[in-house]
Ligand binder design. Sequence first.
Ligand SMILES: *[C@@H]1O[C@H](CO)[C@@H](O)[C@H](O)[C@H]1NC(C)=O
Ligand SMILES: *[C@@H]1O[C@H](CO)[C@@H](O)[C@H](O)[C@H]1NC(C)=O
Ligand SMILES: *[C@@H]1O[C@H](CO)[C@@H](O)[C@H](O)[C@H]1NC(C)=O
Length: 415
Amino acid sequence: MGSLITSRHIADLTHFSIFLLAFLLSSSFTATEAYDPLDPNGNITIKWDIMSWTPDGYVAVVTIFNYQRFRHIEAPGWTLGWTWAKEELIWATVGARTKEQGDCSRFKGNIPASCKKDPQVVDLPRKTPYSMQVANCCRGGVISTGIQDPANSASSFQLSVGRSGTTKKTVLLPKHFTLTAPGAGYACGAAKVVRPTRFISPDGRRMTQALMTWNVTCTSTQFLVRKTPTCCVALSAFYDETVADCPLCACGCHTRPAQPGRGCAEKDESGFARSVQCTPHMCPVRVHWHVKRDIGKYWRVGVTVTNFNYQKNYSEWNLGIQHPNFNNNLARAFGLNYKSLPDDTGMLWGIKRYNGLLREAGRFGHAQGELLFRKKDPSTFTLHKGWAFPRRVYFNGDSCAMPPPDAYPQLTTSE
Ligand SMILES: *[C@@H]1O[C@H](CO)[C@@H](O)[C@H](O)[C@H]1NC(C)=O
Ligand SMILES: *[C@@H]1O[C@H](CO)[C@@H](O)[C@H](O)[C@H]1NC(C)=O
Ligand SMILES: *[C@@H]1O[C@H](CO)[C@@H](O)[C@H](O)[C@H]1NC(C)=O
C-alpha cells in the first residue's frame, strides 16, 4: 500500500509539473523547446516559396511537410494560421481556402479572399475539380507520415498576397504561425529566410528557383498537454493463463466504479451515448501483445489493436513499439506493415484496404497481425522477467499505459 501511495504521489507531482511546464512555455514557445521522447527530431515544416512578384505583392506556394515518424494529421485536417506583419491581405488561394473573409468593405469590384490580420487557411476536399487544384493539394487536410505513405506526407496550396512588399528587401515575413489538427497541438517557431528552393523541370533539363523562401518549424506539444493516456496495453503469453490487462482507469474512470470483467452500459446516466465503450480501463484503444510460441531460432507474437471508440475510425493508424528484438531488423510482420527504426523501435501499421482503417468499436473494430522475431543471439532471449514484452507502446505517437510489472505473466520455474 505504501508503495502505491508513493507512486500515486509521484504521478500527481509529474502531472503538476507537466502542467506547470506547459503553462510556463505556452507564452514563449519556440520550436526547439519541445521535443517528443519517441521522435526527438520530429517536426512539421512549413515552407513558403515566392514564385513571382505582383504589382502589389506576390504569389507563393506554401507546403506543409510532415517530418514526424508516428504523428499524422487526420480528417478533418489541418488549419494553418498566421498574423500579417502589416496591412497584407489574401487576394486568392488555389488548392485551399481561407476560413473567414473578415472586413473587406473598403474594396469595390475586385474583392479579396481574406482581409483578416490573422487569416486561417484549410485544405479543400478530395473531390475538388481538377482545374481548381495545385500539386499536393486537396486531400481534405489529411497528411500521412513519410514512412507510411511518402507521396501523401506533404500538403500544398497557392496564395496571392496583396498590399505587401514587392521585393526581397521590402517583403515582411508573417508572424505567429499556428498549426492545428484534430486532437493534436503544435507550437510553431518564427519564420526564417532560407536558401531559395530549387525546382527541377519534369524533363529534368532545367532548374528554376523560388524568388525567396522562408521556413517555419512546428513541433507537437501533445506529449506535454496530455494528462491521461489514450491507449493501453495488455500482455499475455502461452506459458501463463494470466492476462496482464490494461490498468484499471488507465484512461479515465466510469462514473460508476468500474469493475474488471463487468461490462457497463453504453449510455451514461444522462442518457447520452458514450463515445467510448465502457471498460475497466476506459481507453479508446487497447493494444494486446501475446507471446505465442518459442520455436528454436524464432519466437512469435500476436498483436491485436482494438478500437473502443464508437465515434471514430482511425485511418492510417500506427504503433511504435520498443523492444530490443526490433534491433537490426530481426522481425517480420504478417498482416501488418513493419519498419525497423533506431532505438530498438519497430513501427507497425495497417495494410491499405485490409486493416489500414481501424473501424469504430464493434464487430469490425480491431486489427490483427503477427510478428516473427529471429533470435540474433539465442542467449539474450529469455521468457523470464518479462523480456518478451515490449518496453513501451505508442499508438499514433501517444504513449500507452502499460500494466504494472507485478501483473506480468510469469514463467513457472520448470520452464
Ligand atoms: C525537421 O525534421 C527534418 C527531417 O527529420 C530535419 O531534417 C530538420 O532538421 C528538422 N528541423 C528542425 C528545426 O528540427
Ligand atoms: C526548409 O524546408 C525545406 C522543406 O522541408 C527543406 O528542404 C529545407 O532544407 C529547409 N531549409 C532550412 C534551411 O532548414
Ligand atoms: C467508419 O468507416 C466505415 C466504413 O467506411 C463507415 O461505414 C462508418 O460509418 C465509419 N464510422 C464512423 C464513426 O465514422
